[in-house]
Design a protein around this ligand. Sequence first.
Ligand code: SAM
Length: 239
Amino acid sequence: MTVYRWKNYDRYKSEVNQVREYYDAVHRCHRLALESLLPDQAETALDIACGHGESTCILEPFAKNIVGVDSSEDLIDIAKQQNKHAATDYVCTPFSEFEAPEQSFDIISSAWYLNHVLTIEELESAIGKVARLLKRGGGIAFVVPGNSFTTRRIQEIARRDFQWRQAWTHERPESTEGVFSFDGNWIQTRVWQPFFLMKFMSEWFDIHAWDVKGTLVTEGLLQNLVCEPPFEVLYGYRR
Ligand SMILES: C[S@@+](CC[C@H](N)C(=O)[O-])C[C@H]1O[C@@H](n2cnc3c(N)ncnc32)[C@H](O)[C@@H]1O
């Protein structure tokens, strides 16, 4: 199977009409969830599937030392070139092969990672690894596709405003599988239902869903979006 390299993802985010506004709203909710978890700056944070580092920068106010991990060499190279934060390190590796001592992080965060975990066994192993790497009482904040991500109305909005195409082939109670593309290349993905993920993760974490809709309305973000927002932020503490 070809490993997709996400080469143009940073350009896509900054150039395509309305995409920037969308990701800024996602980041705002992600940041608010982290703020609610962490009143004081922590020592260490990990960003899984950090891409070109945009989601890693969100962690800067929350931790002194940050590690971003991603399997795409192209994006890690960009992250390293653009890095302005002396205490951030970027590592190119799939998360399953990332090595760090147990309980070495105060915060583990990710944006759009779990939808690239394609089997239940991999999900179990990824979440188990997060639980092992995180200190007891440490915080997690995961941006994931929302329940509405695969609906026809979001597909239409995505095609029209984001140059983003989706084709869903398997709908199951706990997930929807298929492919999406932002640059003409199809990327396999599995959108786990946020409620399923919350139940799954509750074995290790006290887990909540950020009030994304409330934040968008009170802060006047994504004014043109009138349907359910297509993302969630799951956050909480390691028990
Ligand atoms: C939609 S991008 C998100 C990037 C970044 N978090 C952001 O918000 O800009 C998804 C990222 O997941 C990475 N990825 C996918 N599977 C991975 C894995 N098993 N381990 C590490 N990174 C992975 C891809 O290389 C890609 O950079």
